[in-house]
Ligand binder design. Sequence first.
Ligand SMILES: NC(=O)C1=CN([C@@H]2O[C@H](COP(=O)(O)OP(=O)(O)OC[C@H]3O[C@@H](n4cnc5c(N)ncnc54)[C@H](OP(=O)(O)O)[C@@H]3O)[C@@H](O)[C@H]2O)[C@@H](O)CC1
Ligand SMILES: Nc1ncnc2c1ncn2[C@@H]1O[C@H](COP(=O)(O)OP(=O)(O)O)[C@@H](O)[C@H]1O
Ligand SMILES: [Mg+2]
Length: 282
Amino acid sequence: MKVAIYIDQPEILKRYKPVNSHTHKGIQGHALIIGGSYGKIGAVSLSSKACLKTGCGLVTVFIPRCGYKIVQTANPEVMVLTDLSVKYITRIAFDFVPQAIGIGPGIGRDIETHTALHRFVKTNKTPLVIDADALTILSQNQQWLTFLPEKTILTPHQKELERLIGEWDSVAEKFEKTVAFSKQNNFVIVMKGAPTYIIDGETIYKNTTGNAALATAGTGDVLTGMITSLLAQSYEPVDAAILGVYLHGLTADIALPKTGYQAFIASDVIKNIGKAYLSLEK
Ligand SMILES: NC(=O)C1=CN([C@@H]2O[C@H](COP(=O)(O)OP(=O)(O)OC[C@H]3O[C@@H](n4cnc5c(N)ncnc54)[C@H](OP(=O)(O)O)[C@@H]3O)[C@@H](O)[C@H]2O)[C@@H](O)CC1
Ligand SMILES: Nc1ncnc2c1ncn2[C@@H]1O[C@H](COP(=O)(O)OP(=O)(O)O)[C@@H](O)[C@H]1O
Ligand SMILES: [Mg+2]
């Protein structure tokens, strides 16, 4: 296995772009988060809030109708588009051009959602982050991978990675297979875990922030929103993945002395994004 590049604060400061004082919401990027299904609207609610809190100017979600009031109430700053279907997504449609799209949190695996995802990937040209059930659906339909834009960011946890690349017998083989998958498809892979690695072809980055407090429901959905936000703010895909993973882990390191491991929840990641950014300016 090639030696990994450690992602610490000096590496982050090479990539981080502070906000320009003359900016406005129209040039801070408009992100679209697509996901949610009955019982899993929370995933998209968390993801879209994290997206806004990571600095994106505008955030829209595309969700099934059952999530309309939930997201509008939980996150009034987020705009909401709905599918015709009540419980899950059946046809993805929107009438604006986002700078980045995050797809998958809470989206479920209904067969009609498979069809909607197929139609979407066949026509989409917007920079993309793919997570959760959208990854699982893709794993079952690998012929769709060729439709995805160059440097699409995939954010699998261990099980989702296994569904994509198959089983491995050793850590070395896991990396070999993931590097080969990334090279073959020209994807950026965020290999989530403790620690998280970012794989861009032959280049492997190892994150240095984060702790076991992150082992709680929804923290991956939050990470998808954060990376999509950075992508919409014109970061290169690999830099969006690296900075997103670093800031996400940093929130848990900052919060840990106050919450301890057990009481930390995904909303605490979102609450501490501001402090994580501020620590970069010190
Ligand atoms: N509030 C909401 O709305 C929430 C909604 N959510 C949404 O739910 C949907 C399903 O997502 P999901 O990840 O729970 O299900 P799935 O892909 O079947 O994986 C589960 C299997 O994988 C394994 N496994 C998991 N993590 C692992 C790890 N780190 N390392 C290793 N293994 C790991 C685990 O295996 P086990 O260890 O139990 O054997 C288990 O069998 C998705 O759309 C998501 O966005 C959630 O985010 C929660 C909050
Ligand atoms: N023990 C741990 N140490 C560090 N990070 C962790 C640990 N457990 C989980 N995480 C992080 O938490 C996130 C969990 O993502 P995921 O499994 O997709 O959760 P969910 O689908 O519930 O949102 C990932 O970013 C992962 O790296
Ligand atoms: Mg997840």
